[in-house]
Design a protein around this ligand. Structure first.
Ligand code: GDP
Length: 513
């Protein structure tokens, strides 16, 4: 039975401190109260007191999981997938973006586009998903609005279309003019929402009104044409200005979000597009969270429902192995709370209890379907370490642990030619910590880390690397599939290599998959 409530599933991409948590909290408060804002990350509300979390999380007071939040707004169920930043940044952050249909890019108006936003943006671009932009902290003395639009256009090579326009910024912030609604939302200290049709506005000074009208005219003349097609294929980003902290422009943003965000999309499986309306249930695992409850040693596989409907207890097949299983334990997640999910529909995320059956990228199907969703991209690691077991006698558990954790997608594994030394790669430091913790707790092996100074991995797609081409600054390793990968210490070493060997072709991971 189809569920009539439409779904919109998105994640926020931003650099730490741009205001992702604040915006998420305000958005959740506007929803039908499915979950209140305190559960977002607990950074400020201190909601970590649950015993359910991995030790690492408790020790550091951070959430390792990309948790999932839901709200009901204007009869639309909005699923928000959290993408951890700071030191929590890991491949899971990237993988989460494969499970959403839309991304919201939050930019700090003072800082503009920052490094982590750019990295996450590239993953969205690779997938061609729509990106809505929220330029935050309008109450601060930030960059000029027009300069911010140019920065997005130039850095991200994407057209912009402002949905609203600031009337003053920082200390002179008066309000924002909504272009589609022809209304002005006033900024006030009490954070009360005050909104008026433009023609009824009397509060603006002449110079403010003149400047606004001039800028709007300029945008109309020199700006880009808006088409929904360009939004949906990710070549044009609708831009909103606001201040999450002051709850200013947030509701207007959400009102437009439900109109602009993509509905659950058809996804490619076994070479064909599977629409969400396809009657048979299908979905894929985009992340596995291990050991959320140390007493039960359980793992949770996060499933994105792509077609049909999910029902608790249903019999499904794991496409990779053909293994049949019953999905009895299914949860939705709100930070550390779990709730049993009875039914879920395309666009929804379900947490499945996993006793070791699932791998990241696995497809699960119901009925007689036999499909496999496209492989999860491999994200280029930026941190590397040589690893060995502290106690050589534990080599059996050591190899078993590494093999399983690599399969799960916890870290990437490389081996040096000849000696087959193990080198692990990750996009964030946290992955190393999780790896070390799990090796110790689940496989009883203490790991010795030898952090390397290399930061870039490039797959060799043409040419052969000979011994004389490598040294300590550029090192040759093999990935899990036996492909040659060069690790470089920095951009300089990479460029130097390319200049010296123009016939060799190198590629970042995700382009070759
Ligand atoms: P995150 O790291 O992206 O999740 O960012 P947070 O939501 O935690 O915000 C980082 C800091 O910026 C916090 O101190 C917020 O209070 C502050 N902040 C968030 N939004 C605004 C805003 O609109 N204006 C101002 N002045 N500060 C903000």
């Amino acid at each position: 039975m189809p569920n009539e409530t439409p779904r919109r599933t998105f994640a926020i991409i931003s650099h730490p401190d741009a205001g992702k948590t604040t915006l998420t909290e305000k958005v959740l408060l506007l929803g039908g109260g499915i979950r209140s804002a305190g559960t977002v990350k607990g950074k400020k509300s201190g909601k970590y007191a649950t015993s359910d979390w991995m030790e690492i999380e408790k020790q550091r007071g951070i959430s390792v999981t990309s948790s999932v939040m839901q709200l009901l707004y204007k009869d639309i169920q909005i699923n928000i997938l959290d993408t951890p930043g700071h030191q929590d940044f890991s491949e899971d952050t990237y993988r989460t973006l494969t499970a959403v249909d839309t991304a919201v890019m939050v930019i700090d108006s003072v800082k503009g586009i920052e490094a982590q936003t750019l990295k996450l943006f590239k993953v969205c671009r690779m997938r061609g998903i729509p990106i809505l932009t929220f330029i935050n902290k309008l109450d601060r003395e930030g960059k000029e609005p027009l300069d911010l639009l140019s920065e997005i256009e130039e850095t991200l090579e994407m057209d912009t279309f402002p949905m609203n326009w600031p009337i003053g910024t920082g200390k002179r912030l008066k309000g924002i003019y909504s272009i589609p609604d022809d209304t002005v939302e006033f900024y006030n200290e009490s954070h009360e929402r005050e909104i008026l049709p433009y023609k009824e506005v009397t509060k603006l000074e002449d110079y403010e009104q003149e400047a606004l009208e001039e800028e709007i005219m300029l945008l109309e003349e020199a700006g880009n044409d808006f088409t929904m097609e360009k939004v949906l294929n990710g070549t044009l980003t609708p831009v909103f200005f606001g201040s999450a902290l002051s709850n200013f422009g947030v509701q207007s943003f959400l009102d437009q979000f439900v109109k602009l965000a993509a509905e659950p999309q058809a996804r490619k499986a076994s070479g064909e597009l599977v629409p969400p309306t396809s009657p048979d249930f299908s979905g894929f695992i985009f992340k596995i969270q291990a050991n959320m409850n140390p007493n039960h040693r359980d793992r949770i596989a996060f499933l994105r429902v792509c077609s049909g409907s999910f029902e608790r207890g249903m019999e499904v097949t794991l496409s990779r192995s053909g293994k049949k299983m019953k999905l009895n334990q299914s949860h939705s997640f709100f930070a550390s709370d779990r709730e049993t999910v009875e039914k879920a529909y395309p666009g929804d995320i379900v947490g499945l209890y996993d006793s070791g059956n699932f791998q990241v990228g696995d497809t699960i199907v119901g009925g007689n379907t036999r499909i496999q969703y496209e492989e999860m991209p491999q994200f280029p690691p930026e941190k590397f370490a040589k690893v060995t077991a502290k106690n050589a006698l534990k080599h059996k558990q050591y190899h078993k642990g590494i093999e399983q954790l690599v399969q799960e997608g916890t870290i990437q594994l490389y081996k040096t030619p000849y000696f087959e030394d193990y080198i692990i790669g990750a996009v964030g430091e946290l992955q190393f910590q999780v790896f070390e913790y799990r090796m110790k707790n689940e496989y009883k092996v203490d790991i010795e880390f030898n952090h390397m100074t290399h930061e870039l991995a490039r797959w060799v797609t043409k040419g052969k690397v000979t011994e004389d081409m490598t040294d300590s600054r550029k090192m040759l390793v093999n990935d899990q599939q036996g492909r040659s990968v060069l690790l470089f210490q920095n951009e300089f070493a990479l460029r130097w290599f390319q200049d010296k060997h123009p016939d060799m072709e190198l590629s970042t991971g995700w382009e070759i998959l």
